[in-house]
Ligand binder design. Structure first.
Ligand code: NOJ
Length: 548
């Protein structure tokens, strides 16, 4: 297979950059970031090397859930710009070889959405069946997305005199995705944004959207058939469009969202890998991550994982045991106000790792070398911090820090949309302008990492095997694809460690990819390497047969 023949599967080795438009750059002085601001920083993102921008919801919204409570799926929040600006943004991105994907939030709407207003108004409303109404609340579906914030998935609406389903906040009523009209409308929304140029969607809350427990009508209309139809529709409208699903479920349930032949989601966020990664970081031991790599289902050839270190929500640790979760809390979010919902940490990567450059680079190197497509949260490339004075998950969605000017160059308004990070992570110490000038900065290093990742398609396409090494702190794995092999070695511990790697007898040379230098040794298959405190190495193997 030649890479130029699979460019329609660009998402297999894309580097995705997630950004909250409201917190990126304000160009009209109202304190809120806007689409123009994203356009104004297009060269910054192209230079960083990311290849795909994921725009978090920018549609009209009462903003009770950071925009995930959409009140018009066909519009742009006027504070952020217009549909015209959106199209210009997509063009500006495409001009630089960047694709744009948007969130697709159709598990629910805002309760202010005209559909819901209509639905609640009368039992005879044509929109009544667009939401899930019951005379009595049900025990199903089980579990709560936001324990402590909501105590049931059902809320009584006084106007409708019935209960409605909401898997998330009570102001986010769930659409009935078994309803044929709702399915048609979702296809229309998808078709609309594809026509405006998006290259795919990050689909919000996929399991909830396909939920059948307690919803018999959904069982009759198999939700997976619907997702398959939606995927087929998307691909008909735009052949290379990608669906990236938010799927945080147990290991045995993951495969079903790829479909039997990879005909559902193209990518799934690797939540389980992420949770094990943080447990490994907390312990300084490879074992949790290795166990998870072994446990993950085989991904169909035309699908993949989307890997990440942190995202725009809390770091969810819900799939760890109570004791394991306690370990991660203890290491990275020890104070109660750093925690959320009893299972998450509302901090960014840089403060969690104490701003320690060695440990941060280790964590990023590891994230970018794991099997899949890396997703980077805006600002993490400069080590942006959080502001815990901001409630809920918004603590991590602080304004981007462009310079050490007032409000970090984010806005000229008196008040930015959210307060900035402070102290060690405030704009005087952490900003793009200063890191651009400093060859040793995290930003410059991240750029190198991103570009190295781009040059190593085997990381996105290859098959992954763990490489045995004795020291418990060492995580080593190799990706093989089309005669190319990359071995990545990471020292999760603070102690410098020597490792002997068995690389295979056909190895005739080894290059250190991140430092771009030949390594001595390795011929005949064994290589001794020294890894410093939180050290990391990407090794390109030159093999007698195949070659790269
Ligand atoms: C996942 C989103 O990432 C989160 O921010 C949101 O609250 C829920 N889905 C509900 O849309």
């Amino acid at each position: 297979m030649r890479l130029d023949q699979v460019s329609d599967q660009w998402w297999k080795d894309a580097i995705v950059y997630c950004l909250d438009v409201r917190a990126f750059l304000d160009t009209d002085g109202d304190g809120v970031g806007d689409l123009n601001g994203v356009m104004g920083r297009m060269d910054y993102m192209a230079e960083l090397g990311v290849t795909c921008l994921w725009l978090m919801p920018f549609q009209p919204s009462p903003l009770r859930d950071g925009g995930y409570d959409i009140s018009d799926h066909y519009g742009v929040d006027p504070r952020l710009g217009t549909l015209g600006d959106f199209v210009e943004l997509v063009r500006a991105a495409n001009d630089r070889g960047l694709r744009v994907i948007s969130d697709l939030v159709v598990n629910h709407t805002s309760d202010q959405h005209p559909w819901f207003q209509d639905s609640r108004s009368s039992a005879d409303s044509p929109k009544r069946g667009w939401y899930v109404w019951r005379d009595e609340p049900s025990d199903e579906p089980e579990g709560l997305a936001f324990p402590g914030k909501e105590d049931s998935n059902w809320t009584k609406d006084a106007e409708a005199a019935q209960y409605y389903l909401h898997r998330f906040y009570h102001f986010e009523p769930d659409l009935d995705t078994a309803n044929a009209e709702v399915r048609e409308e979702i296809a229309r929304i998808v078709g609309f944004w594809l026509a405006l140029g998006v290259a795919g969607f990050r689909i919000d809350a996929v399991p909830a959207m396909l939920e059948t427990a307690g919803l018999p009508e959904r069982v009759a209309n198999d939700p997976r058939d619907w997702l398959r139809d939606l995927r087929a529709f998307v691909s008909r409208r735009r052949g290379d469009a990608m669906l990236l699903g938010e799927v945080n479920v147990d290991p045995q349930q993951l495969a079903q969202y790829f479909g039997d032949h990879g005909d559902l989601l193209h990518l799934e966020f690797a939540f389980l890998l992420n949770q094990s990664l943080w447990l490994s970081l907390a312990r300084g031991e490879a074992d949790p991550l290795e166990t998870m790599v072994r446990m993950l289902p085989q991904v169909p050839p035309d699908s993949g994982w989307a890997t990440f270190l942190r995202n725009h929500d809390e770091l969810t640790l819900d799939k760890l045991s109570v004791a394991q979760r306690r370990e991660v809390f203890g290491a990275f979010g020890p104070e109660e106000h750093m925690q959320l919902y009893g299972h998450g940490i509302r901090r960014r990567a840089a403060p969690m790792l104490d701003g320690d450059p060695d440990r941060l680079r280790l964590a990023w190197s590891l994230t970018f070398s794991l099997p899949g497509t890396p997703v980077l949260l805006y600002g993490d490339e400069i080590g942006l911090g959080e502001n815990l004075a901001i409630e809920d998950r918004y603590a991590v969605r602080v304004p981007m820090q462009w310079s050490n000017e007032r409000h970090a160059g984010f806005t000229t308004a008196d008040e930015p949309v959210r307060p900035l990070a402070e102290g060690q992570f405030g704009p005087e110490r952490v900003n793009v302008a200063a890191q651009r000038r400093d060859p040793d900065s995290l930003l410059q290093w991240m750029r190198r990492l991103v570009w190295c990742r781009r040059e190593r398609p085997e990381l996105g396409w290859g098959s992954v095997t763990l490489v045995d090494t004795a020291p418990p702190s060492i995580f080593a794995h190799r990706s093989d694809w089309e005669g190319r092999t990359l071995v990545a070695v990471h020292n999760l511990g603070e102690e410098p460690t020597s490792v002997t790697l068995a690389l295979g007898e056909d190895v005739v040379g080894v290059e250190d990819v991140l430092e771009a230098r030949e390594l001595k040794g390795g011929k005949g298959g064994r290589l001794d390497v020294e890894l410093g405190r939180y050290g990391y190495l990407w090794l390109d193997l030159d093999r007698a047969r195949g070659g790269g």
